[in-house]
Each structure stands twice: as structure tokens, then as C-alpha cells.
Ligand binder design. Sequence first.
Ligand SMILES: *Cc1c(COP(=O)(O)O)cnc(C)c1O
Length: 469
Amino acid sequence: MRYISTRGQAPALNFEDVLLAGLASDGGLYVPENLPRFTQEEIASWAGLPYHELAFRVMRPFVAGSIPDADFKKILEETYGAFSHAAVAPLRQLNGNEWVLELFHGPTLAFKDFALQLLGRLLDYVLEKRGERVVIVGATSGDTGSAAIEGCKHCENVDIFILHPNNRVSEVQRRQMTTLFGDNIHNLAIEGNFDDCQEMVKASFADQGFLKGTRLVAVNSINWARIMAQIVYYFHAALQLGGPHRSVSFSVPTGNFGDIFAGYLARNMGLPINQLIVATNRNDILHRFMSGNQYAKDTLHATLSPSMDIMVSSNFERLLFDLHGRNGAAVAGLMDTFKQTGNFSVEDDRWTEARRLFDSLAVDDEQTCETIAQVFAESGEVLDPHTAIGVRAARECRRSLDIPMVILGTAHPVKFPDAVEQAGIGKTLELPSHLSDLFEREERYTVLANDLKAVQAFVSQHGNRGKAL
Ligand SMILES: *Cc1c(COP(=O)(O)O)cnc(C)c1O
């Protein structure tokens, strides 16, 4: 499989190189040159497979030519063996024909484990083969950091540095990162906000001199391997609900358009999907595009669903590429306009096409709490705020009651106690057993000034299993 850039100017890469690349050299994002397509018979024949076997069949074409089947199978078996539920991604029925796909049974209790548990193992495999080491520098406002560290902690060939804003992530989220030790794990608490952390990561990609030749790898959702891993659970859910003989709808809490884009790809790969609903919080750039053809930067609002607090949606560019007939120059033009003016709209027929593909809704904090309370009253299920946004959007945008509606359950509610408390359901949640002593565990992290040079100096002094690069 070859991968091309959404801006059309960077060289095509194979899977191995895409895995190690961040942005393409032309500033674009990598996408598969040709999307694999499965027949209905083929998809139907996968019913009942264990999750890792299904994952092998869905992802095999994407890694073809880079990872031999036997090795890939082994990696996938290990990856999804790290999940605590036998079904890996179980479905739970909420209401008539309404289901939550529980994607929070991985080590850090959020769906990001699906991709990052795999990414860590793939990186280690490829680097071992090449005899290389890499450094990961990532910023987190919460879930990505812990999932990335959990995914990479056993990697022989990766040193990982995760920047979080000091005193500005929840205690559960901080402890999920800072209680993991290893000479290749480095938690940096930056005296600034999340944007400062992200700016430092971007600046480090732009100028990598401080790495003395060691390659820098991205772990945010611009990394193609993350999207690829997320395609699998759409097949998994549909197969359990009568697919592919019957179509299924999905409602997806999203900020960066990563998870929902994976659903769009699943549909293009042959999975019959009826509705794909984009569910955002008050940071609603995606909803404003879908409802009014305005892709416009707005101020950032802090919400009860912090993992979707974004101003711009990094993976949206991948959809724009398809909406423009895969014309890289057109995408580059739009992104340029966006950079200059902070907004753009697309031609009418392209927007109409986007409307045909997606429904959307923005849900505020009050409605989020209302939905948590409503679902608890109906079913006794406690939703995390992100999942609650998905449920709300599913209920408001649903077009058919006969077609099963699957809401992606992106996090375990125990990660977001504030929202659950504000919803007033009067229930305290307990950490699952593998994390029950989280609040007693020793923490390790280094506080650094909000200063790029200080961060880069730290990375170059510790980037080789705690020793200097
Ligand atoms: C990251 C995250 C999301 C949003 O994911 P996208 O990549 O923006 O689609 C939603 N919910 C939770 C709990 C998350 O951690």
C-alpha cells in the first residue's frame, strides 16, 4: 500500500515510512492511495471472529508490503490482549435499537488505547528491523498522553516525552501518566496552558536540530496508523448487529475529526453504514461547517468534555481531499486561505456532498449533563460526558428507528467525575481494579518553564533511554 499527501506535493510513502512520518513534507496529511474495498460476502464471513482476527482482516491491506502476515497477527493478538474485556469492544443496549459501543476497556479507559496500544507495538517492530531509535514528543490535555505512554512503555526503541500543562489536567488524568515509570518515559509539566504545550511540539517538528539526527515521531491523530486502527471497531459493531446484511448508523463524539473519519473510511471500504453523525461540544467548528458551510476558527471554550476542546480540526483536511476529488492543489489553496483569514467555505456541490455523508450536532455542557441524567434514569447506565454528547446527537439526528444506532462510548465515566457530579445522579464511581490504587501510587514528573529551549534541552539530555542523545 502506498500513501499520498492531501496537498499533492510530497513523495508517496509505504506504510513503514508513513508510520514514522508526522506531517507530509508539503504540510499535508497522508492518506492511502487506494482504499481497499471488501465485498458483502467477505465482510459477512468475518462474523464471530475474535477482535484481533477481525482487526487483521480489516487492516491487512493497509500494511501490505511492510509487515508479513504472521508478524502482524502476533502484534494484533498482543495489542488487543491488553484490553480487560473479553469482547474488547462490547456493545451495551441503552434503549430500543440504541447501543453504546464501549471503547474504554483498554489500559487508560479511553478509546485512544485502540490505536496507541497498536502504534507502540508497530513502532517497536519497525524500528527493531531498521536498527533505529526514535523520540516521541507529544502534548496532551488529558487522554492522549496516558494512552501514548501506556502504548510505548515497553518499546525498546522509543523514548517518549509528554508535555502537559502543569496543574491544568484532572488528577486522574495526571496520575495515569505520571505513575508509569521507565527510563524511556518522561512526563513534563509545563508552566503554561495546553496551547503552549502544543506550540512547543509543533516548533520541535519544524526545527529538529536539538535531536542530533534522531527521528521525531507524532502520536496525535494526524498519524495515519491511529485512524487505521479505529476503522476496525466500526466493522466489529456492525457485524454484531446484523451487518453487512443490514445497515447500521453511528454517532461519534469528535473534535479532531479522527474517529468519525475512520467511520467514513469503513463505509467507503464496503461496510453498509446509514447515518454518520458528527457530535461536537461547544467547540463546534465541524458542526458549523456541516450546517452552514463555514469552516471558521473561533475562540476555545473549556467544557465538561475536555478531550474535544479544539479550535481547528486536524483530520478534516483528509475529508476535504476527498470532497475535492483528491485534488491536492485545491486542498492546499483552502488551507492557505484558512491560515491567512481563519476561515473558508467550499463550493456548493462539495458542501452538499458533505451534507449527504454526515449529520451533525453541537451539544453544550448543560445538555451534556441533562443527557447523563436522562440515560441514568432510563437505564442505570452512567455515561462519560463525551459519550453523552454522542447519545444526545444520536437522538436528535436519528432518521430511522429500524436501523440500529451505535454511539461510540469513548471514555469510562470515572475519568470525568466533574461532569458526572454536575449531572446530579448521586452515584460515585469506582476506578476499575487495575487502577484502584491510582491515588496512592508514587508520581514522577519534571516541571519545566514555558520555554521551548528548556524543553528541547531536556529532550536532548534524556532522549536515549534517559541518557543524552
Ligand atoms: C480524543 C477523544 C475524543 C475525540 O476524538 P477525535 O480524534 O477528535 O475524534 C472523544 N472522546 C474522548 C474521551 C477522547 O479521549
